[in-house]
Design a protein around this ligand. Structure first.
Ligand code: ES4
Ligand code: ZN
Length: 324
C-alpha cells in the first residue's frame, strides 16, 4: 500500500505555506536575519510541537512565521515545500498564504507574494508541478483588516484564484466576513473557508450560505447534522480533510476514529491533504498512509481520494483533463 500511495498522482488542496516551515529552515533563516528563536535546537523546537487544541498550534505557528522577512525567505519556504510536493507525487497544488501574519509585522504584501510566486514558477519549470494561490484572511482579526488585505491583493488579481478564511474558528463565525467575501466574489475570486474543524456544523452552513464557498476546508463536524450531510453530498461540495492535523490538534482522539471512511461511505467528496506538514508530522503521502492503516482503506478508496483531489481543484476544465 505504501508503494501504491507513493506512485499515486495527487493534487493537494489544503496547505498553509507558513505551516510547511521546517525547523531546520527556520533556524537557517533566523540566523540569516539575525532573529532570535526561543529554542536552543531543532530538536528542542520539534519537541514543543504538542498541541491539545487549535489555539496551542496557532500560537507557535505565528511565532515561527515571525522569522520570515525577505522575498528570498518566502522563496526558500515555498521552494522547500515544492520539493516535498514533487517527492510526494503531487502534480498540482493549491496553497494558502496568510498575508496578515506578515503585513501586521511590517513585512510588505508585495514581497511576500512575489517570493512565493517566483518559487511556484520555478516549480512549474523544474518539476512540472502546477499551482494556484489562495489568500486567506485571519478570522480572529477584524473585517476592516480583511478589507485592507483584499485591497492589497488587487494588483495581483490574476495570480490569486480564491480567498479563504483560517485561524481561530470558535467565536469567529463566517458571517463576520460576509461583506468581504461578497466584495471578493464581485472581483472574481472564488471562495473557500475553514469550517467545522473545531467550530460547530452551523459554521459550515454559514460558509456555504453567507460566503458562497466552492469548498469547505476540514468540515469534520458536518457529520453532526444529517441535513447538512445530505446537502454536501447532493451538491458534491469538496471537503479538504487533513488527517494528521486532526490527530495532532485532537479533533480526533485516535486515527481509528477518523471519519474519513464514513464520509466516503456517505458519498461526500472528500480529499486528503497535509494542512501544516512541518508541525503535524507528515506531508500528503504520510496522511494517506496514516488513514489507510487506521481505517483499512483499499486501493479503490485511495484512487477515489486522489481522483477527488483533481476533480475538486480550481483548474479550468481543459487543465483538469490532463489529470483525469
Ligand atoms: C490552520 Cl489547521 C488550521 N486551522 C485553522 N487555521 C489554520 N492556519 C493554519 N493552519
Ligand atoms: Zn488549514
Amino acid at each position: 500500500m505504501e508503494q501504491f500511495i507513493k506512485n499515486l498522482p495527487k493534487a493537494e488542496l489544503h496547505l498553509h505555506i507558513e505551516g510547511s516551515f521546517e525547523p531546520e529552515l527556520m533556524f537557517k533563516i533566523a540566523e540569516r536575519n539575525q532573529v532570535k528563536i526561543p529554542f536552543s535546537s531543532v530538536e528542542d523546537l520539534r519537541n514543543a510541537y504538542q498541541f491539545s487544541k487549535l489555539q496551542d498550534f496557532l500560537d507557535i505557528y505565528y511565532a515561527g512565521a515571525n522569522v520570515l522577512q525577505t522575498r528570498q525567505d518566502f522563496y526558500d519556504l515555498t521552494w522547500a515545500y515544492l520539493q516535498k510536493a514533487h517527492e510526494n507525487k503531487i502534480l498540482h497544488t493549491e496553497i494558502f498564504f496568510d498575508p496578515q501574519t506578515h503585513t501586521s509585522r511590517g513585512v510588505p504584501f508585495q514581497l511576500v507574494i512575489e517570493g512565493i510566486i517566483d518559487a511556484l514558477n520555478n516549480g512549474r519549470k523544474e518539476f512540472g508541478v502546477s499551482s494556484k494561490l489562495i489568500m486567506s484572511f485571519l478570522r480572529h482579526l477584524s473585517e476592516e483588516s480583511a478589507f485592507e488585505t483584499l485591497n492589497e491583493a488587487l494588483p495581483y488579481r490574476d495570480k490569486i484564484v480564491a480567498v479563504g478564511l483560517d485561524s481561530s474558528e470558535k467565536g469567529n463565525p463566517p458571517e463576520k466576513f460576509e461583506r468581504v467575501f461578497d466584495k471578493a466574489r464581485e472581483l472574481g475570486f472564488l471562495t473557500v473557508a475553514h469550517a467545522g474543524e473545531e467550530g460547530p456544523s452551523e459554521y459550515v452552513w454559514g460558509a456555504l450560505h453567507d460566503l458562497n464557498v466552492s469548498r469547505i476546508d476540514h468540515g469534520n463536524r458536518s457529520l453532526e447534522d444529517n441535513d447538512l450531510v445530505a446537502l454536501l453530498s447532493d451538491e458534491q461540495v469538496p471537503l479538504t480533510i487533513c488527517p494528521l492535523s486532526n490527530l495532532k490538534l485532537q479533533v480526533v482522539k485516535d486515527m481509528g476514529e477518523h471519519p474519513l471512511k464514513l464520509m466516503l461511505d456517505k458519498g461526500l467528496k472528500v480529499t486528503v491533504n497535509s494542512d501544516d506538514p512541518a508541525y503535524f508530522g507528515g506531508y500528503v503521502n504520510e496522511n494517506y498512509l496514516a488513514v489507510t492503516k487506521a481505517l483499512q482503506l483499499n486501493k479503490d478508496h485511495l484512487y477515489r481520494l486522489a481522483r477527488n483531489s483533481f476533480e475538486s481543484a480550481f483548474l479550468l476544465p481543459e487543465e483538469k483533463q490532463r489529470y483525469l
